[in-house]
Design a protein around this ligand. Structure first.
Ligand code: FES
Length: 258
């Protein structure tokens, strides 16, 4: 919390505004802004949600509804390192219970709790979709396979000692705040506006309204124009200013011609 009682400092607020500017509709920035709050507070606080609502001109209830739907947004302190051990059938058969016991003993907490110093939280996860690596564990969503009670404790020792730990894919384990900041700012440096529309993974051309920088008219606001001025080389400007209405009218005309 900043000195003026806000969650987001002026500098972070500037980042938030850049994130909002990436989207045709402000409300689309809700998830990255919730990540941004989590990167500051460690979890999504009520005050943080109110600030997101304020920035996006939404009600706090709308922001709460969004954040409560997704499990990656935490409603209480989750610790610097969230340790998720799979409790599903493959992992349980391969010794996950012993991994839980060893971690509970090492950390001095029960599963579902956070250590008093706020460094580690231990949770039981459903299938992590890495059953061939059973028993599987994740730390801040980085994978560890064929974990033993000893290797799980060793990972905790390394992190507690401030040493780098890498997942099975060679990725360094980062803190939950660092991960949240990365998620919030992903794509912030990508160009918007007067750039060629990319093809989708399937190879088909995207519809005009999906062209980079196109802004459909927002209910109660929004420009209805592409970003960056000239529309040359991009999708045609909406005739009525309401791209959804134009799309509907076009469909109706096509229906009438048939
Ligand atoms: S059962 Fe543990 S990863 Fe699938």
């Amino acid at each position: 919390m900043t000195q003026n009682g806000r969650v987001l400092s002026d500098e972070v607020r500037e980042t938030a505004l850049k994130i909002v500017a990436k989207y045709p509709n402000k409300r689309s920035a809700a998830l990255p802004l919730l990540y941004l709050v989590q990167s500051v507070e460690g979890y999504v606080t009520d005050a943080g949600m109110r600030e997101v609502a304020d920035l996006l001109e939404l009600t706090p209830a709308e922001v709460l509804a969004t954040s409560s739907f997704y499990t990656m947004f935490k409603k209480r302190p989750q610790g610097d390192y969230l340790i998720s051990v799979c409790r599903n059938i493959s992992c349980t058969h391969r010794g996950a219970r012993k991994v839980f016991e060893a971690l509970e003993e090492r950390l001095g907490i029960e599963t579902g709790e956070c250590t008093a110093d706020g460094r580690f939280m231990l949770e039981a996860a459903e299938c992590l979709a890495t059953c061939d690596g059973a028993p599987s564990m994740q730390i801040n969503y980085e994978d560890f396979y064929r974990v033993t009670p000893q290797s799980a404790v060793e990972v905790v020792n390394e992190l507690e000692g401030g040493r780098e730990v890498r997942s099975v894919r060679g990725e360094p384990v980062k803190t939950s705040k660092e991960i949240s900041y990365e998620m919030a700012t992903t794509g912030l440096g990508l160009p918007t506006g007067d750039v060629e529309p990319a093809r989708t993974i399937g190879g088909e051309s995207p519809p005009p309204d999906a062209a980079p920088g196109f802004r459909p008219k927002e209910q109660g606001g929004g420009s209805g124009e592409p970003l960056g001025g000239s529309s040359a080389g991009r999708s045609p400007r909406s005739e009525s200013g309401d791209s959804f209405r134009d799309a509907r009218s076009e469909k109706e005309r096509e229906g009438g011609d048939a």
